[in-house]
Write a protein that binds this ligand. Structure first.
Ligand SMILES: *[C@@H]1O[C@H](CO)[C@@H](O)[C@H](O)[C@H]1NC(C)=O
Length: 290
C-alpha cells in the first residue's frame, strides 16, 4: 500500500514536469531542433524514466548510547522539486552493529532533470526511550545515477558513512521433473520449493519465498513468479532451492536441494535445468527467467 501511494506521488510529480521534459528532447514532431531549456545534462537514451532499485549499507554509524553499538535503521524519503518529501520506506533494525548491511530493497521512479532528491535519516532504536537520530544525508538522484548508482556519502552531523548501491532484480519461475514417490498411501509426492539467496557458498540464507504445494504430482509446474530483488552483479551471490514433499501427518520430507551461482545464471538468461543434489539422483529442477 505504502508503495502504491509513492508510485501515485511519483506519477503526479512526473506529470507536473512533463512540459519541461518535452523541451529537453532534441527535435519537435515537425523535426525542428529545440533549444534545451534545462541546465541538467542531456539525457542519454533510455535514461528518461528509470525504476531505480537500491540497498543501503552503513559504515561506522555513530551512537548516543555508551553501552553498545548502534541498533540502526534508516528512513528513506524522496522529494521532487519543491514538493514535500514522501516516505519511500524504512529498513529493518540491525542490532548492535555499526557497519550494518541492510537487506531491504527500495525503489523509486526517476526522471533526469526533475531535481529529485533522496533523504536518508539513520536512527538508533531504543527499547526504552525514543529512537535517536544518529545521522542523515540528502543526495541528488541525477548525481547518484551518474555515479553508476553506487555512491558513498558522509553522514551529518556526527560522522559515519552511508553507501547507496543499485540492485538488478531478476525474476523466475520453477518446475520439477521426476519427483520421487514418497507418499506412503497413494505414492506420488506433494512437492513444493523454498527459495533463498545467500552471499557465498556457505553464506546465511535469506528467504525469497515458497511455491504452493502441488498434490500428487511428479512433474510440477509452479505458477509463482519469484523476484530476487537483492541481486547485485559481481558480489558472489547464490540462489538456493530446497525441494520438499508436504506431509500433514509426519511433517515435510526433504527431496533434494540446489545451489545456483547467480551471476552466470542471470547473464545467460536461459532456462536452467539441473539435477538436485542430496536427492535420489533423478529429480531435476528447472528455473525459467521471466
Ligand atoms: C520497480 O522495481 C521493483 C522491484 O523489481 C518493483 O517491485 C516495482 O513494482 C517497480 N516499479 C515500477 C513502477 O515498475
Amino acid at each position: 500500500m505504502k508503495y502504491l501511494i509513492i508510485l501515485a506521488a511519483a506519477i503526479v510529480a512526473v506529470a507536473a514536469q512533463a512540459p519541461k521534459n518535452r523541451a529537453t528532447s532534441s527535435t519537435t514532431t515537425t523535426g525542428k531542433p529545440l533549444a534545451p531549456k534545462l541546465a541538467s545534462p542531456t539525457p542519454k537514451p533510455g535514461d528518461f524514466a528509470l525504476n531505480l532499485t537500491f540497498v543501503l549499507t552503513g559504515k561506522s554509524i555513530p551512537t548516543k548510547d555508551s553501552n553498545s553499538k548502534v541498533d540502526g535503521y534508516v528512513q528513506v524519503f524522496s522529494k521532487t522539486g519543491a514538493a514535500e518529501e514522501v516516505l519511500v520506506g524504512t529498513t529493518d533494525t540491525l542490532k548492535d552493529n555499526d557497519n550494518p548491511e541492510w537487506l531491504n530493497v527500495f525503489w523509486i521512479n526517476w526522471k533526469r532533470g526533475t531535481q529529485q532528491k533522496l533523504h536518508f535519516i539513520i536512527k538508533d532504536h531504543d527499547t526504552l526511550g525514543k529512537d535517536d537520530d544518529v545521522g542523515e544525508v540528502t543526495i541528488d538522484v541525477d548525481q547518484y545515477v551518474d555515479k553508476n548508482q553506487d555512491l558513498k556519502v558522509p553522514l551529518v552531523p556526527e560522522g559515519g558513512e552511508l553507501l547507496i548501491k543499485r540492485t538488478q532484480p531478476t525474476r523466475f519461475q520453477l518446475y520439477a521433473r521426476n519427483v520421487p514417490h514418497k507418499d506412503q498411501f497413494n505414492g506420488k509426492s506433494d512437492p513444493y520449493v523454498e527459495v533463498y539467496w545467500r552471499v557465498g557458498k556457505e553464506g546465511a540464507d535469506h528467504l525469497i519465498g515458497s511455491t504452493a504445494i502441488i498434490n500428487d504430482e511428479e512433474n510440477p509446474d509452479w505458477k509463482e513468479t519469484f523476484e530476487f530483488s537483492n541481486y547485485q552483479k559481481g558480489t558472489n551471490q547464490y540462489l538456493f532451492f530446497k525441494v520438499l514433499d508436504s506431509d500433514a501427518l509426519t511433517g515435510s520430507d526433504f527431496l533434494g536441494e540446489l545451489l545456483v551461482e547467480a551471476d552466470p545464471y542471470v547473464t545467460k538468461r536461459a532456462t536452467k535445468i539441473t539435477k538436485l543434489t542430496k536427492g535420489d539422483g533423478i529429480t531435476t529442477l528447472g528455473i525459467t527467467p521471466v
